[in-house]
Design a protein around this ligand. Structure first.
Ligand SMILES: CC(C)(COP(=O)(O)OP(=O)(O)OC[C@H]1O[C@@H](n2cnc3c(N)ncnc32)[C@H](O)[C@@H]1OP(=O)(O)O)[C@@H](O)C(=O)NCCC(=O)NCCS
Length: 180
């Protein structure tokens, strides 16, 4: 039977951490070096995670980072989506929609201003299906590992999810750190 759980990072067990990382290694094979050790990406660890488990194995997952970004002259607290995966044998069944929905219900409960994610353009339709909106990526500034301001990687688009903030304010979106 499939079970969906929201886990705060303070409650994360070593067994669940391992099962999530096993899935990450399968679904992001070029990054096995990272995910065999940690779920942290570009220095950002999740504040909470949503997992779907079947027979004790994580089959779908999303991590959510808690970040205070600056947009124009105001600060927004965003729920940043990272490390989304559905194991290959479970794809095409709506599990991605289910974990993304649960993640944003939890973000609303935790009073976040908005959700924010970066992905390849092919996935825009997948996230748009559950309420995410495309935004101008040219406006996003991140800080790389050397402390230098950079644009988003060319292969990525940016999308947001309205929570308390229904429309993304105008102006440069400064991530005040690297992307996630
Ligand atoms: C992204 C993912 C979670 C979506 O779950 P899913 O159950 O496959 O979702 P869907 O059934 O709606 O299908 C997703 C669509 O995106 C495509 N797609 C999935 N991952 C893709 C990727 N990395 N690059 C390009 N296209 C991708 C699929 O081919 C499919 O397209 P189609 O509907 O035209 O056939 C899952 O495909 C996955 O784990 N992919 C590998 C990890 C990954 O890329 N995560 C996203 C990081 S932002």
């Amino acid at each position: 039977m499939m079970k969906t759980t929201v886990i705060d990072e303070t409650e994360m067990s070593p067994e669940l951490d391992q099962s999530i990382r096993d899935g990450l290694c399968v679904c992001f094979s070029p990054d096995v070096e990272v995910f065999s050790k940690t779920r942290t990406w570009h220095g950002s660890a999740p504040a909470w995670s949503v997992v779907m488990e079947m027979d004790g194995k994580v089959v779908a997952h999303v991590g959510i980072v808690d970040r205070k970004i600056r947009v124009g002259d105001r600060f927004l607290r965003v729920a940043g989506i990272q490390n989304v995966f559905v194991l290959p044998e479970e794809r095409g069944k709506g599990l991605c929609d289910a974990v993304m929905d649960t993640a944003m219900v939890e973000a609303a409960k935790r009073r976040f201003d908005a959700g924010l994610l970066f992905c390849v353009p092919e996935l825009e339709k997948v996230y748009a299906r559950v309420g995410w909106k495309l935004m101008p990526k040219e406006d996003v500034v991140r800080i790389d590992d050397n402390g230098a301001e950079q644009k988003l990687p060319a292969k990525n688009i940016a999308m947001f999810f309205p929570l308390k903030v229904k429309k993304f304010p105008p102006g440069t979106i400064h991530l005040r750190g690297n992307d996630w």
